[in-house]
Design a protein around this ligand. Structure first.
Ligand SMILES: Cc1cc2nc3c(=O)[nH]c(=O)nc-3n(C[C@H](O)[C@H](O)[C@H](O)COP(=O)(O)OP(=O)(O)OC[C@H]3O[C@@H](n4cnc5c(N)ncnc54)[C@H](O)[C@@H]3O)c2cc1C
Length: 511
């Protein structure tokens, strides 16, 4: 009698609680189900699949070395399981606890019902420090720490199972995904994850804290682990424990080079990952609905198509915004601050609903992680009701983060001839007529006037006892209780004083 280990977003063999425990109980059939229904969703894309495909190819080899290669099936999860059950009569299904999008949530409900009806036990195990059926956020950070402190599980040996066709790993086009050219995308797979993490811990991470704000330095000095954590080629526990080890080592060395601050900031962000994923776990509706109901109807649900298209294509006429968007399209990655600026520009200056813009960003991010993504989309759009409203000034951000226009010129070569002093506001340049309206658009909005109007509209909602009571409810349900690691913008009702992590000071400056 064997058991199925259903791989989802946990594409590794090391520190894999479901695989480890299943293997202790007997032969294991490792399975990945490619679900075209889920991949056809508005937040999914070929670049994500291409990345996952590379991870799966390596996982298949790793599992084969352990004794039993990965089998791959295409279809709806319940249909695939039904067919496997017919062939093999397995009695137990193992997987990690997934905090995914609405489509995977619905799918899991169907799988749970199928298991119950067919006498199959479904054993789900934690991997992200996210807790199921959490009653209260009190003590959440402590339980996260405890989970991350547990031992790393080794990859188990697996007994081979014969007579099962492995199945091929389809190309994106074979599961109906549109071509998605992303030449700068990070490569998938466990080996690449380990190499990326090693270079961060030994060299790249030293100036992390100071370097994370500018897209020029962030691309080198940020960890770049996000797609690997999203697809689970590294476990959160592996990364967290290594980060704690590095911090200990630096303390013993009395390091004064900046490493210690950087590693402390990095470690804080690993907590944030779980913190944000927990929000979606506790309230799946935040993928689709405003956290704070007072914002319902504030922005039109149907976005202005011309504005949305200009924003998506990097053609707003605001050079720094457009450069970031074009870089994202070509690489699948962006640093935190520039993601936040892209969203703020869309949600405030262009007054677009976060759902439409969030779908586009989800598709272009190789690291799309629904729990972080939808929480952040709402935070940066001002609809949580509990975070500071931050309307980034896209021109000021440009001058701050890319003073010589190196980044802008890299991604918008049509602005090559614009002098540095006008690179972020070419409309002010005496010879603007040579460029604007010819090779690059005039700005589609007056960004200062648009920001002012948006601020007034958003603040107008933030009044009255009813608003505050709902905000208190949200803080109670989702707010961080950990005083040492404040969240960006603070998870507390607006108006209360916040503590700030050093590198957050600039982020929270009036933008
Ligand atoms: C609108 C918006 C959408 C975002 N969507 C995603 C997403 O879909 N997937 C995703 O992984 N991150 C998302 N982020 C968070 C953050 O921008 C990325 O995690 C980070 O830029 C990834 O680069 P890195 O791995 O080099 O991060 P590092 O700075 O090296 O951080 C290490 C890890 O910590 C976690 N982390 C870092 N910052 C945050 C944060 N603010 N909140 C939660 N976890 C964090 C990530 O897992 C990251 O890989 C989003 C941010 C914004 C503003």
């Amino acid at each position: 009698m064997f058991q199925i280990v259903w791989f989802k977003k946990d594409l590794r063999t090391v520190d894999h609680p479901a695989l480890f425990e299943a293997a202790k109980r007997g032969p294991v059939l490792p399975l990945f189900i490619v679900e075209p229904d889920i991949w056809s969703g508005p937040d999914m894309s070929a670049r994500q699949w291409d990345f996952a495909r590379e991870c799966l190819t390596e996982l298949r080899e790793d599992l084969a070395r352990l004794g039993q290669p990965l089998i791959v099936r295409i279809g709806k999860a319940v249909s695939v399981l039904t067919e496997l059950r017919r062939q093999t009569d397995f009695k137990a299904l193992w997987s990690h606890q997934e905090t995914g999008n609405g489509a995977t949530y619905e799918r899991d409900i169907k799988v749970a019902a199928w298991c119950a009806a067919n006498g199959v036990t479904w054993n789900e195990r934690r991997q992200d420090g996210v807790a199921r059926r959490l009653k209260s956020r009190d003590g959440w950070a402590r339980q996260w720490d405890q989970f991350m402190a547990q031992d790393i599980l080794s990859a188990p040996n697996l007994a081979p199972i014969t007579d099962i066709e492995p199945g091929s790993i389809p190309l994106a086009s074979e599961i109906g995904l549109r071509a998605d050219h992303c030449p700068g995308r990070q490569s998938g797979g466990r080996k690449q994850s380990l190499a990326t993490f090693a270079s961060f811990l030994t060299e790249r991470g030293q100036p992390y804290r100071a370097a994370m704000a500018s897209p020029l330095s962030a691309e080198i000095h940020c960890s770049r682990l996000s797609p690997y954590l999203t697809w689970g080629t590294l476990s959160m526990r592996e990364v967290t424990r290594a980060s704690i080890g590095k911090q200990r080592e630096l303390k013993e060395m009395r390091d004064r080079s900046g490493w210690r601050g950087s590693m402390s900031s990095f470690h804080g962000r690993l907590h944030w990952r779980g913190h944000f994923m927990q929000k979606l776990e506790d309230e799946p509706a935040i993928e689709f609905e405003n956290f704070h109901k007072a914002y319902d109807g504030l922005r039109p649900q149907e976005p202005d198509t011309a504005r949305l298209t200009a924003w998506k294509n990097g053609e707003t006429g605001l050079p720094f915004v457009d450069a970031c968007m074009r870089a994202l399209a070509q690489t699948g990655w962006m640093n935190f601050r520039m993601r936040a600026m892209l969203v703020a520009t869309a949600s405030y200056h262009l007054w677009l609903h976060w759902r439409a813009t969030g779908e586009h960003l989800a598709r272009v991010f190789t690291d799309y992680e629904p729990g972080i993504h939808w929480s952040q989309m709402q935070m940066q759009s001002g609809t949580t009701g509990i975070n500071a409203i931050r309307i980034y000034n896209p021109v000021k951000q440009g001058y701050d983060q890319d003073p010589e226009g190196v980044y802008v010129r890299r991604w918008l070569p049509e602005l090559d001839g614009v002098p540095d002093s006008f690179i972020h506001e070419p409309w002010k340049w005496g010879q603007a007529g040579e460029v604007l309206g010819k090779v690059y658009p005039f700005p589609i909005i007056d960004h200062l006037a648009a920001a002012k109007e948006a601020r007034q509209k958003v603040w107008a909602v933030r009044k009255g006892t009813e608003f505050r009571n709902e905000a208190k409810r949200i803080v109670h349900k989702h707010g961080s209780r950990k005083s040492g690691i404040p969240m960006r913008g603070g998870d507390m009702p607006t108006g209360r004083k916040k503590t700030k992590e050093p590198e957050q000071l600039s982020l929270l400056d009036p933008s």
